[in-house]
Write a protein that binds this ligand. Structure first.
Ligand SMILES: NC(=O)c1ccc[n+]([C@@H]2O[C@H](COP(=O)([O-])OP(=O)(O)OC[C@H]3O[C@@H](n4cnc5c(N)ncnc54)[C@H](OP(=O)(O)O)[C@@H]3O)[C@@H](O)[C@H]2O)c1
Length: 259
């Protein structure tokens, strides 16, 4: 019998896609969550909180590989520090972290916390892998939908995204989790870099809507960082294949309220 893989954040958007892939590879999975739910064959839930540092030692018992996906608007640095310490104490053999492209460049608290989280994992003394991903289509979608509803589309100058498909990120994470510690691997972004106006226009076009745009400069350090593309992957990034337009077309199959 092989040791279970601990997945923090296994209940989240990305985690829900990774867990079945690990199961399909024949691995048992233990999910750390603040809200445990019923176990399923090969999937155990344990209660814990990465930010509070609660339940980590018990969750790591008998585990060799940890995929750390749990995250939120705040506290990702603290959570990673707590997990790194527990992983070191628990003799974990491979600790993986999902981070975000631009973690060390964007002057925004969420990104800074991710950079600190990376540091905690890299300096943990546990063999590690870190994958930086772009924003998922699912993450960009509600922002674009809200902007598209406005009669005049606000278009911060230079604001670009390269949204990536959740299934493609999950597949890469599963591959890395089943492999050996690989250090900082190539960033994973979507196939296209799209200006915010293009993202909104692609949403509006199938609905027969035309909107005028209202370009304006994003102020301050954040505006400058977006303008120079500090949130974007470099040329050596790995690129997913599912494009924004394809993702939007796929949503046509979901209930109207969610489109
Ligand atoms: N979505 C994106 O566009 C994107 C892009 C790049 C990187 N990432 C990173 O990828 C990770 C997963 O993203 P996601 O979109 O799947 O997030 P999500 O859907 O919001 O899910 C968040 C997950 O984190 C868990 N969690 C949050 N705080 C926790 C805590 N204090 N203790 C234990 N578990 C906690 C939640 O578990 P429970 O609620 O069950 O406790 C949930 O499973 C995050 O670290 C995020 O920063 C996301």
């Amino acid at each position: 019998m092989t040791a279970p893989i601990l997945v923090t954040g296994g209940t989240g958007n990305i985690g829900r896609r990774v867990v079945p892939l690990l199961r399909a590879a024949g691995r048992d999975v233990r999910i750390l969550t603040r809200h445990p739910r019923a176990d399923m064959p090969g999937i155990q839930h344990v209660e814990g909180d990465t930010v509070a540092g609660r339940g980590l030692t018990a969750a790591l018992d008998g585990v060799e590989v940890v995929l750390h996906l749990a995250g939120g608007a705040k506290g990702d640095d603290i959570a990673a520090g707590n997990l790194a310490a527990a992983a070191r104490a628990g003799g974990i053999r491979h600790l993986l972290l999902i981070s975000v492209i631009g973690a060390d460049r964007m002057p925004i608290g969420y990104f800074r916390a991710k950079a600190e989280a990376e540091r905690a994992i890299m300096e943990s003394g546990v063999p590690w892998t870190v994958l930086r991903a772009a924003q998922l289509h699912d993450f960009v979608f509600p922002v674009v939908k809200a902007m598209a509803a406005l009669p005049l589309t606000p278009a911060p100058r230079g604001l670009r995204f390269e949204p990536v498909d959740g299934d493609e990120v999950a597949a890469r994470l599963a591959e890395l989790t089943l492999g050996s510690p690989a250090g900082r691997v190539r960033d994973l972004a979507g196939p296209d870099v799209l200006d915010i106006r293009d993202l909104v226009a692609a949403f509006n076009e199938p609905r027969g809507r035309r909107r005028r745009t209202m370009p304006f400069p994003l102020p301050g350090a954040v505006g400058r960082a977006y303008a120079v593309g500090d949130n974007l992957a470099g040329e050596d990034a790995q690129r997913g294949t599912r494009a924004w337009a394809e993702y939007l077309a796929g949503r046509a199959a979901v209930p109207a309220a969610a489109r």
